[in-house]
Write a protein that binds this ligand. Structure first.
Ligand code: ADP
Ligand code: ZN
Length: 435
């Protein structure tokens, strides 16, 4: 941990040196070992030996999710299979899955990166981590597992599902850290409350390490109140490693990127131009020391920004803001761009509302998008007359108009009618595609 503490406080010069060397090595590596990059670099007239400073990175061509899909299964491997120890795949949320492979070295780095979440949560080997991210091809479970082991925590590898059993273990074994998707944490909390428990009192949780999907600040506050702990956001994606690429510290003022292993850029998704710190755009990542599945300028499609300035925690790795969502999930309602997490944030200002919702997108006869927020009120809320329901629906709709300038129809639905998820929640139901 001492070496890690050192690198997390390294000077900008030292970090930039590590990044430049990592990029120089990685561009040569992919050029020599992965035919896609050779072709792409040659076509763009980019010489992989020409990177002399970080400013040169903007000249390197991007790689996209589709390129990784086209190379399925092993076309993007930079090492022979005999050097691969583990293979994962993305969840396939937006289409065909992509493959991420790991050498022994890659697995070690992954564990180290995720283990920083324990440090950021002011934890150590005295902590007990209950991991209810799904184990398997999804990177959530094993990423958290390697992180927990690397941090020296007692690790409970329960995986996702069987919520009542999760709750029993939370009560009986006293885990202090919970690692899972935020929507599953909410499901666990709501189920425990329904069983007559007070999780803030009956569990021993201190911190939640939650990621793999967007969640709003108000959703987070609700979780923290219900479970009596502090929630740290963790970001990652299979294409660059899995969870641990960026992690929020105790300050909750953005996620520190593991800048000793990843080089981040924010680009304008339309033009590809690199944007200055502070501006919102698409996150692009280059791996600095990945052996099996390196990526150079991978377009994540995730929308965030680099937060200018230093974090009050004193760590020097730059921070990204909490992810709004991915470009695929962005809704364009009468010309206004909006992400489900922003709608969620407004909805969660209403104490009557639970955290369970789905956003339905349909087309009207003039081919304009119509967006309906279907949401469950809290089970204890008394909405006995149609007039009450109608009034609440209208109030939420008006709040959405005021906060986001979007016209969203709100429809309250029966408790438990929105499907619960053990992994990533499905927030958008696109009826347009089903036509
Ligand atoms: P898939 O792209 O198929 O869902 P992954 O399981 O690799 O595959 O998920 C990575 C994606 O999950 C990211 O690109 C991002 O869109 C989303 N994601 C991961 N962590 C977070 C987070 N902390 N906040 C918001 N979105 C996240
Ligand atoms: Zn910090």
């Amino acid at each position: 941990m001492a070496a890690d503490a050192d690198i997390l406080h390294a000077s900008r010069e030292r970090i930039e040196q590590i990044q430049l060397e990592g990029i120089q090595k990685t561009v040569l590596d992919v050029y020599e070992h992965i035919p896609f990059y050779k072709k792409s670099f040659d076509e763009a007239g980019f010489d992989p030996r020409s990177v002399k400073s970080l400013d040169d990175v903007a000249r390197i061509p991007f790689v996209q999710k589709q390129d990784l899909r086209d190379a399925y299964p092993y076309g993007m491997l930079a090492v022979p299979l005999k050097d691969v120890r583990e293979i994962h795949m993305s969840s396939g949320t937006t289409g065909i899955a992509t493959v991420g492979a790991y050498t022994e070295h890659d697995l070690k780095i992954w564990g180290e990166c995720f283990s920083r979440a324990v440090d950021f949560a002011h934890g150590d080997e005295n902590d007990v981590m209950q991991i209810c991210y799904g184990y398997g091809l999804f990177t959530g479970g094993l990423g958290a597992h390697y992180g927990s082991i690397s941090a020296g925590c007692a690790t409970i590898p329960i995986s996702a599902g069987n919520t009542e059993r999760q709750i029993r273990i939370l009560r009986e074994m006293g885990p202090t850290i919970l690692a899972c998707t935020p929507s599953y944490a909410m499901h666990i909390a709501d189920t425990a409350i329904e069983m007559g428990l007070d999780p803030a009192r009956d569990f021993s949780l201190r911190a939640g390490i939650h990621g793999a999907e967007p969640f709003s600040d108000n959703f987070r506050r609700d979780l923290e109140r219900k479970l009596g702990y502090r929630v740290l956001d963790i970001y990652g994606l299979t294409e660059t490693m899995g969870p641990g690429v960026a992690i929020e510290c105790w300050e909750q003022q953005g996620l520190h990127i593991a800048e000793d292993h990843f080089y981040p850029e924010i680009i304008n998704p339309e033009t590809g131009e690199v944007l200055p710190d502070g501006e919102w755009g698409e996150l692009v990542i280059t791996t600095l020391d990945r052996e099996a599945s390196p990526v150079v300028r991978y377009r994540t499609r995730d929308i965030t920004r680099i937060i200018p300035g230093e974090c009050p925690c004193g760590r020097t790795h730059r921070r990204i803001d909490r992810i709004h969502g991915r470009t695929d999930d962005m809704l364009i309602i009468r010309g206004v761009n909006v992400f489900p997490s922003q709608i969620e944030d407004v909805m969660k200002t209403f104490p009557e509302m639970s955290s369970w919702y789905q956003i339905e997108v349909d087309t009207d006869h003039r081919s304009l998008d119509i967006v309906t927020l279907k949401a469950e009120p809290n089970p204890n809320v008394d909405l006995d007359s149609i007039a009450d329901i109608d009034r609440l629906q209208k109030r939420i709709s008006a709040a959405l108009k005021a906060a986001l300038s979007v016209g969203v129809k709100v429809k309250l639905v029966e408790p438990k009618s929105i499907p619960r998820s053990e992994g990533k929640a499905k927030r958008i139901v696109d009826l347009r595609k089903e036509l």
